[in-house]
Design a protein around this ligand. Structure first.
Ligand code: FAD
Ligand code: FES
Ligand code: MG
Length: 337
């Protein structure tokens, strides 16, 4: 188990979660992610390592509650624990001196681009950050991005912060004015990354996107994260998650990401009907494992006092019939091939 050390609400549906995971904190590099499973019968989801503190032995995740698993994760608090955190996974970002880099992020993509922007600036690049959100309320990590970038441009759909417009607009303006850009990074919704890729294709500016494919195991075994590129199929979990934007087939990516929409909506409805039930199930499992000593994870030993502080009020009876297999994997065996 991986104890939660602290949580902070960044926006109505977005939570920063600091987790005791000393080995991952020591090894991780910008651009890498972890696969998280809240409890035994929960599904595995990929989340970027938005920050790490090797001395404290913690990593930070920034989670947008879009469906059942992310909403459940965001309902956990300091003193709770997460069943599995596997990583660091994926290829780290290529960090060297490119010149001027524009780092464009939409929504929770900001959490993914923040460590990369910091590392690129530390490597001597001039970093222009562009952050987009629906409104000021949804903008996250503005202060941190300001510290990580030489310039920061804010864009909102309603003009309540920065300028009104799309995150791709400052890129189009920079290209039209002849401003030199040596590299562009984009993280966000598929169509946003596609628009950035189209804008930089003709001027041939190297452009990197971090792809939010479906993932199951995160180790190249299941094929769930397959991405079609001009160089053939690739797996986002081991070959990515960053790819050359100009070789990605975004149409196939968008289609694959919708493959389980019905099932995801069903799970969300089931969760929203009684969120407390799911939270109690997770907490009961944590408590049972902590009290029986089932869990031999190093992170538990590292933060034993936190685990011990879980209150007796969390001690609801454990749910019967928990499966050790990931739900998504069990429900969709075709993802394995
Ligand atoms: P669901 O209702 O299951 O799905 C909602 C949406 O998320 C759908 O569009 C679906 O296509 C997508 N999704 C569902 N399951 C998965 C899955 N197993 N893998 C990937 N996408 C899925 N989100 C964050 O909030 N913060 C992050 O730092 C972050 N980093 C990511 C890093 C990588 C490498 C990838 C691939 C995705 C990342 N995501 C991140 C997206 C996050 O994994 C999904 O939002 C999450 O899995 C949704 O699960 P859910 O059950 O809450 O929602
Ligand atoms: Fe990439 Fe399974 S998640 S192959
Ligand atoms: Mg889900």
């Amino acid at each position: 188990m991986f104890p939660i050390v602290a949580t902070e609400r960044l926006a109505p549906d977005v939570q920063r979660i600091e987790i005791a995971a000393p080995r991952i904190a020591r090894k991780q590099r910008p651009g890498q992610f972890v696969i998280v499973r809240t409890h035994r019968s929960g599904e595995r989801i990929p989340l970027t390592i938005a920050g790490a503190d090797a001395d404290r032995g913690t990593i930070t995740l920034v989670v947008q509650g879009v469906g059942k698993t992310t909403k459940l994760l965001n309902s956990l608090a300091a003193g709770d624990a997460i069943r599995d955190v596997a990583g660091p996974l994926g290829q780290p970002t290529e960090v060297r001196r490119f010149g001027t880099v524009m780092a464009i992020a939409g929504g929770v993509g900001t959490a993914i681009i923040l460590p990369v922007a910091s590392a690129l600036r530390a490597a001597g690049n001039r970093v222009i950050g562009v952050l987009g959100a629906r409104s000021r309320e949804q903008l996250i990590l503005e202060t941190e991005m300001r510290a990580a970038c030489d310039e920061l441009i804010l864009m909102t759909d309603d003009g309540s912060a920065g300028r009104r417009g799309l995150v791709v607009d400052p890129l189009l303006e920079a290209l039209a004015s002849g401003r030199r850009l040596d590299r562009v990074l984009a993280v966000g919704p598929v169509r946003m990354m596609q628009a950035v890729a189209e804008a930089t294709r003709k001027p041939a500016i190297p452009t990197i996107v971090s792809l939010n494919t479906l993932m199951v195991d995160g180790t190249g075994m299941c094929g769930g994260c397959r991405v079609m590129t001009a160089n053939g199929p690739r797996f986002a979990c081991v070959d990515g998650p960053e790819f050359d934007a100009h070789i990605v087939d975004f149409e196939i990516l968008a289609l694959r990401n919708q493959a389980y929409r019905e099932r995801e909506s069903e799970e969300l409805r089931e969760y929203l009907a009684n969120p407390t039930r799911w939270l109690e199930e997770v907490r009961a499992e944590m408590l049972a494992d902590a009290s029986t000593g089932v869990d031999a994870n190093a992170a538990t030993r590292f933060a034993a006092p936190l685990t011990a502080s879980m209150t007796a009020s969390n001690a609801a009876p454990n749910a019967a019939g928990q499966s050790t297999e990931c739900r998504l994997e069990a429900a969709h065996p075709e993802l394995r091939s």
